[in-house]
Write a protein that binds this ligand. Sequence first.
Ligand SMILES: CC(C)(COP(=O)(O)OP(=O)(O)OC[C@H]1O[C@@H](n2cnc3c(N)ncnc32)[C@H](O)[C@@H]1OP(=O)(O)O)[C@@H](O)C(=O)NCCC(=O)NCCS
Length: 134
Amino acid sequence: MIGIARIEQESWHTVKTAGVGTYIGRKDLWSRGLGKHITLAILEMAFNHLNVERCEASSVEYNHRAHKVLELCGFKRSGMSRQAMFVNGRKWDDYHFDILREEYLKIRMDLLKQTLGEKLDEYIKRHCTIQQRE
Ligand SMILES: CC(C)(COP(=O)(O)OP(=O)(O)OC[C@H]1O[C@@H](n2cnc3c(N)ncnc32)[C@H](O)[C@@H]1OP(=O)(O)O)[C@@H](O)C(=O)NCCC(=O)NCCS
């Protein structure tokens, strides 16, 4: 085990949301591409299997690596909770990110291709139920 990936579902009337997060506990494994790989796997589960309409994540303002990974996977910064976190003796803003189902579907094939390469066709055949839009 190297860390935790989280998908937490909630519904507000008909809107299904998944709160997501990735936490790799071993620093020696950071910046090797695992975060992008795991975040993409989470998006596939959330949109392809759990059928949510949006995913959201948040991360403390100085965590530029986490923000980069979310943005590389299609998340957009949607706002912040000011001074909401206390780390290393001071308060920090908490940045919020989200991605909508239709936004994900537009970039999905490119992300999957980058991550899975030659294994993409096999993956689609085995696991995919949602259709790619033009
Ligand atoms: C955040 C986390 C999941 C990212 O996973 P990772 O495996 O390190 O990320 P990846 O290697 O897939 O991608 C990192 C990207 O950030 C970039 N990056 C690294 N340090 C950066 C920095 N200080 N500023 C901006 N970008 C940075 C890398 O260049 C890479 O982008 P690239 O592929 O375009 O080169 C991981 O570092 C982690 O678990 N950290 C501790 C827990 C945490 O902060 N979780 C997030 C809570 S929401």
